[in-house]
Ligand binder design. Structure first.
Ligand SMILES: Cc1cc2nc3c(=O)[nH]c(=O)nc-3n(C[C@H](O)[C@H](O)[C@H](O)COP(=O)(O)OP(=O)(O)OC[C@H]3O[C@@H](n4cnc5c(N)ncnc54)[C@H](O)[C@@H]3O)c2cc1C
Length: 369
């Protein structure tokens, strides 16, 4: 396999994904309720076999899917990613019974998953999470709140990280698979800058048993970090897909738009800006693919490369989308324009799954290990 290029079949698959996203998924996304789970869109991802592929293939495939879908339909990209994030702990750590109950439903797009780690007082410092799991007749009762949980409160089940041992930091956290119909579980949707299905979850003595544990008691933080190591490069891939969409729109626009007696592209300041956008996008893409490939071959440097890929790609996409808005002028800011959408959409990935500063901390920790 060539070290620095995708195979022909991978390139063809990406082209098919972009076309499918534009022609089949975009219309479904447009019909959805902004900021709410779009079940027809999730079902279509299931019918296309993409959700099954989430669990059957590796990190590079995940990145190719996210990048290609993001290019033409960020809503489809996000719906796919969230199914993966919420259900990956079940695929990787679930018992036979848990996997048999939920994975076929998730891959068919009939069940919606959520990954519930963040809390009002524990975001970047996830090991400080306080959702209480108190021992209760052979099981636990969960009490407390989760916040900024994608797909909440509409998800059919959540992977929930709760504190089973007080004062033990990351070592006292357990992952539970909590079906949405458990008594005492409720939540509220939150409205964001860019519509995203996200909300709070409130646990009022929600009963969970030994059968609901994912992995082992007090070892849940590993479940969370393992999931994030897989998904971080793919957040970068999402960002690269958006950057590429912004770049392509800019190349087309600056070739077409006339000012000062010729197309904008004939102004060197414009052409150099576009060249810089393209170079940075390609650099981010290569780092994302490199990190994903490192994950797939089980390289020891996965945490470092995952963090680098997420950091560089999300920061690059912000730069590229902002420059694209500038080169489009006022039209980019009009409600409904592709760049108006991307300008809002590109912001959150620099914060979730570890803010930019947290990625730098991870990279530095690995360097000085
Ligand atoms: C659209 C969206 C979807 C989300 N989906 C999910 C989800 O599905 N599941 C889930 O569990 N969570 C989810 N989150 C939450 C997300 O993971 C948190 O927002 C993130 O971890 C940051 O936590 P915080 O917002 O509490 O910010 P804080 O932890 O309060 O940090 C605020 C800022 O402080 C700075 N900072 C923090 N720590 C450091 C540090 N160590 N060094 C230097 N600077 C630092 C950074 O600038 C950071 O952005 C989502 C968030 C968004 C916006």
């Amino acid at each position: 396999m060539p070290a620095f290029a995708l195979e022909r079949e991978q390139r063809e698959w990406c082209a098919w994904l972009r076309t499918t996203a534009a022609e089949r998924l975009r219309p479904l996304a447009d019909k959805g309720d902004p900021g709410r789970v779009n079940r027809p869109l999730v079902a279509a991802l299931g019918e296309l076999g993409l959700l099954e592929r989430l669990f059957a293939s590796g990190a590079l495939d995940l990145c190719l899917m996210r990048e290609s879908l993001a290019y033409a339909c960020t809503e489809a990209e996000t719906a796919l990613a969230l199914q993966g994030l919420g259900a990956h702990p079940v695929a990787a750590h679930g018992t036979e019974a848990q996997r048999a109950r939920w994975l076929p439903e998730v891959t068919a797009g009939r069940a919606v998953a959520a990954f519930a780690l963040s809390e009002p007082d524990a975001g970047s410092d996830a090991a400080a999470l306080a959702l209480k799991a108190e021992r209760d007749s052979g099981g636990w009762r969960l009490s407390g709140e989760k916040c900024w949980i994608s797909n909440a409160p509409e998800a059919d089940f959540c992977t929930v990280f709760a504190r089973t041992t007080e004062g033990a930091g990351a070592r006292g956290v357990t992952a539970f698979l909590v079906p949405a119909d458990r008594s005492g579980l409720s939540g509220t949707a939150l409205d964001m800058l860019s519509p995203h299905p996200v909300g709070t979850l409130v646990f009022d003595g929600v009963r969970v048993g030994a059968d609901d544990v994912l992995g082992e008691p007090d070892r849940g933080f590993r479940v969370a970090m393992g999931t994030l190591n897989l998904f971080r490069p793919s957040v970068g891939a999402f960002a690269v897909g958006m950057a590429q969409a912004a770049l392509d729109a800019t190349v087309a626009h600056t070739a077409r738009r006339s000012a000062f007696g010729g197309p904008l592209k004939d102004l060197q300041a414009v052409a150099h800006q576009v060249a810089e956008m393209a170079t940075r996008t390609e650099a981010a893409r290569l780092l994302v693919y490199g990190a994903a490939a490192a994950y797939d071959r089980g390289a020891p440097e996965v945490p470092k490369y995952s963090a680098m890929a997420k950091l560089l790609a999300t920061e690059t996409a912000q730069y590229v989308v902002d420059a694209a808005v500038q080169l489009h002028g006022a039209r980019a800011l009009r409600r409904g324009h592709l760049l108006e959408h991307l300008y809002r959409e590109v912001r959150a990935p620099r914060i979730y799954e570890g803010a930019t500063e947290v990625q730098r901390t991870i990279i530095a920790k690995e360097l000085y290990r």
